[in-house]
Write a protein that binds this ligand. Structure first.
Ligand code: NDP
Length: 437
């Protein structure tokens, strides 16, 4: 490796993405300097100037070149460019593991704990959001065994430590594709690294959809949230806005009435997508004055600061719905709402693109189809040796503890599979499957 370039990271307090950036360089064994801008106006001004006016942390520099925030850094990492800039050896190495686990959220790490204890040599590939959605959650108060609650990152770090204690290897990396045409399965990362595995657990989670509007990223965790159950209680006594028209939006709006002065539910069109059951419950709350429905309405901006939280939200309304498509229409009305928190409930996207082209079946939304039922192999997909656990499968419960349960099942299913199957590296998977019976 050539001499390492100088890596500098501007950080701030309570910044999960700053921690992720540091973890990324730690995982690469790269040294870096950090500058915490919280409470230091001069340092903050320096960061803004060096970062071409950007006011968010982290901001990463390599040899004085602006790399950018977490998204920019991971995007560069995915193409292998980051390693090149760091002078790391980028030659693809093919390393074999009995079991590869995609994803380092609750499901993946639980699977790793069980797999390592079964001597299945698990490699966890952390994915684009190391630690999964829980790392963006402030307090976890419903995970059994922690009566005082704990933070999402703390829970993840404890699981990681537990998995490593039994011999799990954890690597930073995003999977580009899985080749199931022959065994062992070939797993290629976006940075060009290649691994092979006798069995594979997809536990790569689902990412909450966001709107891509101004203020959303900067205030995520500071009044903008994609999880009412996680964050609702922090805004007790405030007016809150929920965006969405599906079951999740109804459920979240209903849940938030426990804390909110009033809940506003904004949906982009006239008809709700949610089940009648939820619509009826919401209308009961409307009659009780706890919820107000804003139909044909879309959120266009959230204004506030990390220090003070959400100040107000800007919205648009058009009588025929989808107002952001009709901004020039004179009937489109723009207005502001003085809410203290905004909850986005516009669906999740499972992170399963890398399995497209394999024999693993998915539904239209990309969720993996697994065997289910009550007997063994509940987490098996249609491809022998490939299992699914957590939010890549479960669009309904989506709780930390249910993901952990599925991760455990997947590791046990993989263990049964590995014990029962002799892996022939040249044998096509489909023929091997037929031979298994
Ligand atoms: P859905 O996909 O069902 O609903 C998403 C909602 O968000 C839709 O109303 C959609 O509007 C709206 N939306 C999507 N994109 C945007 C955007 N860019 N701007 C504004 N609005 C947008 O997701 P859910 O998370 O609600 O549900 C996912 C699954 O989980 C479903 O199968 C649901 O049944 C299930 N679930 C069940 C629960 C239950 O208690 N039974 C609770 C929670 C979820 P539009 O309708 O116009 O497309």
């Amino acid at each position: 490796m050539s001499e390492q370039p100088r890596v500098e990271i501007y950080t701030k307090d309570d910044c999960p993405y700053c921690d992720k950036a540091k973890d990324l360089f730690d995982a690469k064994g790269v040294e870096y300097e950090t500058y915490n801008v919280t409470g230091d106006d001069d340092l903050f001004d320096e960061m803004v100037e060096r970062a071409d006016g950007r006011q968010t942390a982290p901001e990463v520099f390599i040899d004085d070149e602006l790399i950018g925030g977490w998204d920019d850094t991971t995007a560069l990492d995915e193409t292998g460019e980051l390693d090149k800039k760091l002078g790391l050896d980028t030659e693809a190495a093919v390393e074999h593991h009995k079991l590869i686990i995609a994803g380092s959220g609750i499901a993946g790490l639980t699977a790793a704990i069980y797999a390592a204890r079964s001597n299945n040599d698990p490699l966890v590939l952390e994915g684009g959001e190391p630690g999964g959605q829980l790392t963006l959650t402030t307090d976890v108060e419903n995970y059994p065994g922690f009566p005082e609650g704990l933070s999402g990152p703390d829970l993840i770090n404890r699981m990681k430590e537990q998995a490593e204690r039994f011999g799990t290897e954890i690597e930073n990396g995003v999977i580009e594709s899985v080749d199931d045409s022959k065994r062992p399965y070939r797993v290629e990362l976006t940075n060009g690294d290649v691994y092979t595995a006798d069995a594979f657990i997809a536990a790569s989670g689902a990412s909450a959809r966001t709107l891509g509007i101004p203020g959303e990223d900067d205030l995520m965790g500071y009044g903008v949230s994609t999880c009412a159950t996680c964050d609702g209680a922090f805004f007790r006594g405030e007016e809150m806005l929920v965006v969405g028209g599906g079951d999740a939006a109804m459920e979240e709006a209903n849940f938030l009435t426990k804390f909110a002065e009033k809940v506003y539910l904004a949906h982009r069109r006239e008809e709700f997508r949610a089940e009648d059951y939820w619509i009826d419950r919401i209308h009961e709350k409307v009659e009780a004055g706890e919820i107000e429905i804003l139909k044909n309405t879309e959120l266009t901006e959230v204004v506030g600061s990390a220090e003070e939280g959400v100040d107000y939200a800007s919205l648009v309304r058009h009588p025929e719905g989808h107002p952001t498509d009709k901004l020039d229409d004179p009937e489109t009305e723009e207005f502001e709402m003085d809410v203290g928190a905004v909850f986005l409930a516009i669906g999740h996207t499972p992170n399963t693109e890398y399995l497209e082209g394999t024999g693993v079946e998915m539904d239209d939304a990309g969720y993996l189809k697994t065997e289910g039922g009550k007997g063994g192999s509940q987490t098996a997909t249609g491809v022998p040796g490939i299992f699914g656990a957590g939010d890549v499968v479960d669009f309904h419960y989506q709780q930390a503890v249910t993901a952990a349960g599925m991760g455990c099942k997947a590791a046990l299913d993989a263990d049964d599979y590995l014990e029962a199957t002799e892996i022939d590296s040249e044998e096509p998977a489909t023929e091997a499957a037929a031979g298994d019976d």
